[in-house]
Ligand binder design. Structure first.
Ligand code: NDP
Ligand code: 8X3
Length: 255
């Protein structure tokens, strides 16, 4: 029987690439996100390319009601989730705290921290009952060191780091693996979202050096899930070679 993976934020970037990779590797995948049309497109792409089954669930991770209702509505054959990838998340804005937009803060905190908790709270009891499962949280270099104007986003990723450690302790008696994967700069829609649709500002983030691509992180996820059961990859920091910290890059000068 094929294993089942649920990936949050599969409509774009890392989540989409992780869903494709796990489907390629023989997982049946539950893909989630708010944008239904993108879920439908991905569902078709996976079904055309791979032998795996796909189930789409559209919900907002910020609403516990939506999370519980959507995951609770899974048909019986989809309920025993083996791998949960908590990936949905975002940065909104890049501002000092004294000038920050409170709505941006709410969105980041509600999505990156509370959303991850809501999904984990809903999916994990079944793993505990079965004494089997693997939870992968997508953290960030932003959860390992703070950079200027990014304090709130960084704080949410520090929270993911703390929650990953605590969850690992909670899951210890049940043999459930918990992995945190922390990427540096990956070119996705992340910066477009952060800068609210300003494409040229987003492009600058990925100019002058070779950034990571989403498939690099899908590789890391597959590495973690494909280890033998006694091996838990607890924490992976995956950076572009040209990036040392959250805000220190070696960029080629433009002529
Ligand atoms: P994208 O913007 O490309 O993708 C973000 C995904 O999160 C989308 O599928 C989006 O789906 C989903 N999402 C956002 N808000 C919600 C919500 N309220 N409810 C449900 N789903 C939501 O960015 P990335 O792929 O880069 O980001 C994925 C994760 O990786 C995030 O946690 C991010 O913090 C982390 N990360 C990214 C890095 C980067 O450089 N790109 C580096 C380090 C970490 P939809 O809008 O359809 O709901
Ligand atoms: C996203 C990477 O360095 O822009 O988490 O914060 S960074």
């Amino acid at each position: 029987m094929k294993k089942i993976a649920l990936i949050t934020g599969a409509t774009s970037g890392l989540g989409k690439s992780i869903a494709l990779r796990l489907a390629k590797e023989g997982y049946n995948v539950i893909i989630t996100g708010r944008r239904k049309e993108r879920l439908e497109e991905l569902e078709k792409e996976i079904e055309i390319k791979y032998e795996s089954k796909v189930f789409s669930l559209s919900f907002d991770v910020r609403s516990y009601d939506q999370v519980a209702k959507a995951i609770g509505s899974l048909p019986e054959e989809w309920k025993a989730i083996d791998v949960l990838v908590n990936n949905a998340g975002l940065a909104a804005g890049l501002d000092p705290i004294f000038a920050g937009d409170v709505d941006d803060w709410e969105q980041m905190i509600d999505t990156n921290i509370k959303g991850l908790l809501y999904v984990t709270r809903t999916v994990s009891p079944d793993m505990v009952a079965r004494k089997s499962g693997h939870i992968i949280n997508i953290g960030s270099i932003a959860g390992k060191g703070v950079y200027p104007d990014g304090a709130v986003y960084c704080a949410t990723k520090y929270a993911v780091n703390a929650l990953s450690q605590g969850l690992r302790m909670d899951m210890l008696p049940y043999g459930i693996r918990v992995t945190q994967i922390c990427p540096g700069a990956v070119e996705t829609e992340f910066s477009l979202v952060r800068f609210k649709g300003d494409q040229s500002r987003a492009d600058q983030v990925y100019t002058g050096y070779e950034n990571l691509i989403a498939d690099d992180i899908a590789d890391a996820v597959y590495y973690a899930v494909s280890q033998p059961p006694h091996v838990d990859i607890q924490d992976m920091l995956v950076m572009p070679t040209a990036q040392a910290t959250g805000n220190m890059f070696y960029k080629e000068e433009k002529n």
